[in-house]
Design a protein around this ligand. Sequence first.
Ligand SMILES: Cc1ncc(COP(=O)(O)O)c(C=O)c1O
Length: 398
Amino acid sequence: MKANEIIQAEAKYIVQTYVRPELLFTHGRGAYLFDSEGERYLDFTSGIAVTALGHSDGEWAAAVSQQAAALTHVSNLYHTAPHVQLAKNLVEHSFADKVFFCNSGAEANEAAIKFARKYAGRGQSKIQNPKSKIIAFSGGFHGRTVGALSVTHKEKYRRPFAPLMPGVAFAEFNNLASARQAADDDTCAIIVEPVQGEGGVQPAAPEFLRGLRDLCDQHGALLIFDEVQCGLGRSGHLWAHEAAGVTPDIMTLAKPLAGGLPIGAALVTDKVAAVMKPGDHGSTFAAGPLVCAAANVVFDRVSQPEFLAQVRETAAHLKNRLESLTSDQIVEVRAAGLLVGVEMKGSVKPLIAAARERGLLLINAGENVLRLAPPLIITKEQVDAAVSIIASCLSSES
Ligand SMILES: Cc1ncc(COP(=O)(O)O)c(C=O)c1O
């Protein structure tokens, strides 16, 4: 099929849950994507904060093809080396003692919710009613499956699928008094993104995260950090919560972990892991040797201190360049490393379309926030090129 026929056929054959531009990507290299017309695009979306090493990284592609030629899938009924190696990497570089693997961010949060509910019921008989309340926050996004959606705030995503999982209370993000009001001894977990992504790139204040830690300790609840979008180097630190100097009981990861292949993970302390027994939770595909071979390449690179220092340096350059834009359409630039939100006065959709016309791919985070999430290997020159395109779009809009 020709490119335009493929684009036309999409609406006929695919459930219409996404609105896609009329482009067909055929390949990518580093920070660039190429379409069927041979046009080159600077990719400041990285597949929604996924392709941390860029497209077609040589070492990543070699590891994937070698592993595919050796062994792709055996299910979680058997041991494989890349699986254990990835868990070891994650544990040795975090607060966690053990890892549960799955296939996506939503699934990682499902696991976190199940673990928290099981932890709350530990040592109780079947007739007792364990505490079950989970506190989540305004602007929070945790995924589209029913459990993850239940702790996701946006009404538009929730309403069509009601009734969702009971036992969720929402408090105001970055407002400790509001969290204190919602929490009680029936609370089994608090779930929060250290940097809200879909909610408009909103970093949590370090004292807010520290306050939530205290609140959880006070009520015997588990603290869950959702680092699906902000984790693994995106913030310029391996984990976004590092800046707050507190650790969670559970941390969920997904997007960049395997550099473009589907994976999710819930990292837990021993006390949480101890309540989960064989048969309590599982997944057929999770963390097979292929996806873990890819993830080990990503982890080895991203966890290097020099790599993270480079991310911080490029991120500071990007923030500076954006802050120097003079458009009166810009309300605020918010950044956590290479996750950047530019809040605008109106909808950012026209700007995204105009930038795409000029060879730059951007996404939104809500109606009014332009989100920049380039691959972590982006260079300062590529940042300059992207900001110039944004500036030219803004000046031709006004
Ligand atoms: C913070 C956060 N949690 C969870 C998810 C859900 O991840 P997935 O789309 O892989 O299910 C997302 C996706 O955008 C996210 O940003």
